[in-house]
Write a protein that binds this ligand. Structure first.
Ligand SMILES: NCc1[nH]cc(CCC(=O)O)c1CC(=O)O
Ligand SMILES: [Mg+2]
Length: 334
C-alpha cells in the first residue's frame, strides 16, 4: 500500500458525490419531498350552469359554474387532493358598497359549499373571507367618503360572512383581507354560535403585491381606486410579518399563511422557525402565470420548473401550499 505518488491527485476524505451516484441513493438522502398532502387547490366559481371559462392570464385555470365545479372537485379528490380553497366571481348587479352579498345565506359561495359537502364530503372546503369580490369599489373593506378603508366596521361584516360560510358547512374559513383583529373576532363569533370545529386559516403575512394581477382578472375584482397598501404589508418588511403572525396566533388562528410565496421565501422560513403552527404559503396567480407564459414560449420545461418551484416553497418551511398547479402535481405524484 503506497500512497499515490502523483501529487496532482487530491487526497479527499469527504466526497459528497458518493451520495448522488444513483437515483436510489439520491432518493434516500433527499431532505424535502413534495406530497399531494401538501397541496390546497384554489378554485373559482361563477353563477350559471354547464359552463367553464378559461382565465386568459391563468392558462389551465377556469371559472366554473357550480355543477361543473362539483365534477372538478370529485376528480381532484380522486387524485388525492385533500383541500380546496373557494373564490367566487360575483356579478356586478350583486355588488354594493358594503359587500352585503357576502353573507347572503343563499349566496353563490354558501350554496356551492353546501353542494360540495354533499357531493364530496371528505374534501376540506376552505372559504375566502374578504369583501373584494363583493364590493363595487373592489377593496377588501368598507370605505368612508374619502375612500379610507375602515377597519372595525369591516371586521363586523367579515364576522357575518365567516358565520354564514360556517353555517353552509365550510371546514375552514380563510380571512384574506388583512384587517386588524379579524381573527379574534371571527373565532369568538364561531365559538359563540357553536362552530367550535370550524378552523381558521389566517392570511397573516399578506403583502401588497403586484403578483395578484391575474387573480384580479379572474374575479374582476381589481380595486377601482387607489391600492391596497394601507392594509396589505410592504414588501420591505420581515419583522412586521412575525408581529402580524404572532397576533393572529394569539387571536386563535389554526394555520398561518404567507402570501405570495416566491418573493417571500425568507418570510416563510422565519415564520416556520418562530412558530409551532402549520405554515401555509400561497403560490399566487402571478407566480403561476410566469411559469405558464415562459413554458408556452418554449423557454422553460414547465413540469420541471413547477416541481422545483413548489419544492423550494416546501424547503423554505411551508407545510401547505395553495397552488393552481395542484391538480397537475397530483397527477404527476399519484
Ligand atoms: N382578498 C383578495 C385576494 N385573495 C386572494 C388573492 C390573490 C391570489 C392570487 O393572486 O392567486 C387576493 C387578491 C388581492 O388581495 O387583491
Ligand atoms: Mg393582521
Amino acid at each position: 500500500m503506497t500512497s499515490n505518488p502523483d501529487s496532482s491527485v487530491p487526497n479527499i476524505t469527504h466526497r459528497p458525490r458518493r451520495l448522488r451516484r444513483t437515483p436510489a441513493l439520491r432518493r434516500m438522502v433527499k431532505e424535502t419531498n413534495l406530497s399531494v398532502n401538501d397541496l390546497i387547490y384554489p378554485l373559482f366559481v361563477m353563477e350559471g350552469e354547464g359552463k367553464k371559462v378559461e382565465i386568459t392570464s391563468m392558462p389551465g385555470c377556469y371559472r366554473y359554474t357550480p355543477d361543473l365545479l362539483l365534477e372538478e372537485i370529485a376528480a381532484v379528490a380522486e387524485l388525492g387532493i385533500n383541500a380546496i380553497a373557494l373564490f367566487p366571481v360575483i356579478s356586478e348587479s350583486k355588488k354594493d358598497d358594503t359587500g352585503s352579498e357576502s353573507y347572503n345565506p343563499e349566496g353563490l359561495v354558501q350554496q356551492t359549499v353546501q353542494a360540495i359537502k354533499q357531493a364530496v364530503p371528505q374534501i376540506v372546503v376552505i372559504t375566502d373571507v374578504a369583501l373584494d369580490p363583493f364590493t363595487t369599489h373592489g377593496h377588501d373593506g368598507l370605505i368612508d367618503e374619502n375612500g379610507t378603508i375602515l377597519n372595525d366596521p369591516t371586521v363586523e361584516v367579515l364576522v357575518k360572512m365567516a358565520l354564514s360560510q360556517a353555517e353552509s358547512g365550510a371546514d375552514m374559513v380563510a380571512p384574506s383581507d388583512m384587517m386588524d383583529g379579524r381573527i379574534g373576532a371571527i373565532r369568538k363569533a364561531l365559538d359563540a354560535e357553536g362552530y367550535i370545529n370550524v378552523g381558521i386559516l389566517a392570511y397573516s403575512a399578506k403583502y401588497a403585491s403586484a403578483y395578484y394581477g391575474p387573480f384580479r382578472d379572474a374575479l374582476d375584482s381589481a380595486p377601482k381606486f387607489g391600492d391596497k397598501k394601507t392594509y396589505q404589508m410592504d414588501a420591505g418588511n420581515a419583522r412586521e410579518a412575525i408581529k402580524e403572525t404572532f397576533l393572529d396566533i394569539a387571536e386563535g388562528a389554526d394555520i398561518v399563511m404567507v402570501k405570495p410565496a416566491l418573493a417571500y421565501l425568507d418570510i416563510i422560513h422565519q415564520i416556520r422557525s418562530e412558530t409551532n403552527l402549520p405554515v401555509a404559503a400561497y403560490n399566487v396567480s402571478g407566480e403561476y402565470a410566469m411559469i405558464k407564459a415562459a413554458a408556452q414560449q418554449g423557454w422553460i420545461d414547465e413540469k420541471q420548473v413547477m416541481l422545483e418551484t413548489l419544492l423550494s416553497i416546501k424547503r423554505a418551511g411551508a407545510d401547505l401550499i395553495l397552488t393552481y398547479f395542484a391538480k397537475e402535481v397530483a397527477m404527476i405524484l399519484g
